[in-house]
Design a protein around this ligand. Structure first.
Ligand SMILES: Nc1ncnc2c1ncn2[C@@H]1O[C@H](COP(=O)(O)OP(=O)(O)O)[C@@H](O)[C@H]1O
Ligand SMILES: [Mg+2]
Length: 220
């Protein structure tokens, strides 16, 4: 079953700025797929569109077999809160919140009770290997550890699909590979689908499949 499908999707940011063009691809449930391509090739645009964070100009995007255009804004928001995790390139952690508070935040948005939030957040923190660091602030962590907090935050609501925009861009090779192995572990255990962008050949080889973009178009 396809969990995500792009059908001839184009996005123009404005008259002379093309994000993606005629992009068609699909991702099956449980796959780990990488979007590759040089800077400016449309990776971020494609991920943002897929996650319902950004709109598009032409074509059709189906997420969980629902056409994103046919959903109302609050339905897209619900889908994102319940079934989609997103890991941003710059982590986007709240600097004044502790690790635990950052990770439980998506559950607070969903109205989950405090006790349950704490239990689930601690579980995810353990899963990404950050047990014991719950009360640290992001500024007291290394880049790799901050990235793991971002992963735990994406995991906490048990999404079916996780999008990660260049999750290894700021990490050394060993830490980057560990992060990809963590994706694989979570994929094995929970069946979570992962779509990440990268231009690092060392992490691309850890994906099940690589989709290559150039100038907003599909290369392979
Ligand atoms: N907010 C924006 N406004 C105008 N053009 C944009 C915007 N974001 C991206 N683009 C353009 O869209 C194209 C794809 O960019 P992007 O998706 O960020 O690529 P990548 O993530 O692969 O580096 C680039 O030509 C870029 O300049
Ligand atoms: Mg990008």
């Amino acid at each position: 079953m396809n969990i995500l499908e792009f059908r001839e999707v184009s996005k123009f940011y404005n008259q002379d700025s093309l994000g993606v063009c005629d992009l068609s691809f699909s991702v099956k449930k449980g796959e780990i797929v990488a979007l590759a391509g040089p800077s400016g090739s449309g990776k971020t645009t494609a991920l943002n569109i897929a996650a319902g964070l950004d709109d598009f100009t032409q074509g059709d995007v189906r997420l969980f077999d629902q056409s994103l255009q046919n959903l109302l804004p609050h339905e897209v928001l619900n889908l994102r809160r319940n079934d989609v995790g997103f890991i941003f390139q710059a982590y986007n952690l709240f600097p004044v919140l502790t690790v635990l508070e950052n990770v439980e935040y998506p559950l607070a948005l969903k109205g989950v009770r405090f006790q349950e939030r704490i239990i689930k957040a601690k579980e995810c923190i353990r899963e990404v290997g950050l047990e014991g660091l719950e009360n640290r602030l992001p500024s007291e962590l290394s880049g790799g550890q901050q990235q793991r907090v971002a992963v735990a935050r994406a995991l906490v609501s048990e999404p079916k699909i996780i999008f990660a925009d260049e999750p290894t861009a700021n990490l050394d090779t060993a830490t980057a590979e560990k992060l990809l192995l963590l994706f694989r572990e979570l994929n094995d255990k929970n069946g979570t689908t992962f779509i990440f962008s990268s231009h690092d050949p060392r992490v691309l080889k850890l994906a099940d499949r690589v989709i290559v973009l150039a100038d907003g178009r599909l290369m392979n």
